[in-house]
Design a protein around this ligand. Structure first.
Ligand SMILES: O=P(O)(O)OC[C@H]1O[C@@H](O)[C@H](O)[C@@H](O)[C@@H]1O
Length: 282
């Protein structure tokens, strides 16, 4: 029998715990942020830093932060990096169970204090489909009578026991910008990690595979022609919040995005759904 329970962390953050025949997962209402997902009989699919103490007001360093309505630094000085959705409390709309697959839906209602960041009337909903795979679908609807543009990311942190023996494939024939330089052509199909990596890929195929010593993780994207590949390496690890100096050895981010020329522009009344599906290749 599966169970879906609402719980409260000792530091006050509310979360939903899903425990079914297919998986174990926890999703926080702050940021609609899933921090744990483990298919039964398999390794965890998400990485979260042991340095994070789950304080209200901070995003959690791991899992899948939702970056919205902008990715990276805002054009406007003083606005928070990666938007405000990841530090705002979302509403839990519904929980359904169909044949041991749990569907958890949350919505972000833009609060008055965020109107200066985002004056547009939009609806933002996320649906987590939790089976032996994890599917996350983020839907924006433009409720105004004019076009609205945004950038966004499902900023997924993946685990590895050894970054030196970890590779990402499925990148060939794309291009990337890194450290504000490029675009560079991605000629090799395979990327390994030997230094700080912070690449925004465009013209990218719909699926990549991360090979780790623990097995291969498939990362699929829908309605996304861009992705970010990130590992902070040695120096940046020491500057990151809620991150241990050695954490870069055991994680990488491969993020399903709509950024750069892949930004979303919604006509009046239109909707767009960014989806990522992740699973262990068996
Ligand atoms: O520390 P933050 O705001 O969670 O950002 C983490 C990283 O997020 C990545 O997506 C960016 O490409 C990096 O440049 C950034 O450092």
């Amino acid at each position: 029998m599966g169970s879906v329970t609402t719980k409260t962390h000792v530091n006050g953050l509310k979360f939903v715990e899903i425990n079914t025949d297919l998986c174990f997962a926890t999703i926080y209402l702050q940021g609609a942020q899933i921090d744990q997902f483990q298919p039964k009989g398999q390794q965890p699919l998400l990485w979260v830093s042991s340095a994070d103490d789950y304080q209200p007001g901070n995003g959690i360093r791991g899992g899948i932060p939702i970056c919205w309505p902008w990715f990276g630094q805002s054009q406007v000085e003083g606005f928070p990096q990666h938007g405000f959705a990841r530090t705002t409390t979302w509403d839990l709309v519904s929980v359904k169970m169909v044949n041991q697959v749990a569907f958890v839906t949350m919505e972000l209602n833009v609060k008055p204090e965020h109107r200066n960041f985002w004056p547009h009337e939009t609806k933002l909903q996320v649906v987590f489909e939790l089976g032996s795979k994890l599917k996350v679908s983020l839907t924006n609807t433009n409720l105004t009578d004019y076009p609205v543009s945004l950038t966004q990311a499902l900023h997924t942190y993946f685990p590895t026991s050894d970054i030196h023996n970890t590779y990402v494939s499925g990148l060939a024939e794309s291009q990337y910008i890194e450290f504000a330089k490029g675009p560079y052509a991605q000629n090799d199909d395979l990327v390994e990690f030997t230094r700080e990596t912070d690449r925004v890929y465009t013209n990218l195929g719909a699926a990549q595979v991360i090979t780790t010593p623990e097995g291969c993780i498939v990362v699929e994207r829908e309605n996304s022609q861009s992705a970010v590949l990130w590992n902070p390496w040695i120096d940046k690890s020491q500057r990151l919040s809620r991150f241990n100096d050695n954490d870069y050895l055991s994680m990488l981010c491969l993020e399903a995005t709509n950024v750069l020329e892949d930004q979303v522009t919604l006509a009046a009344g239109a909707s767009h759904t960014l989806t990522t599906t992740i699973y262990w290749q068996t």
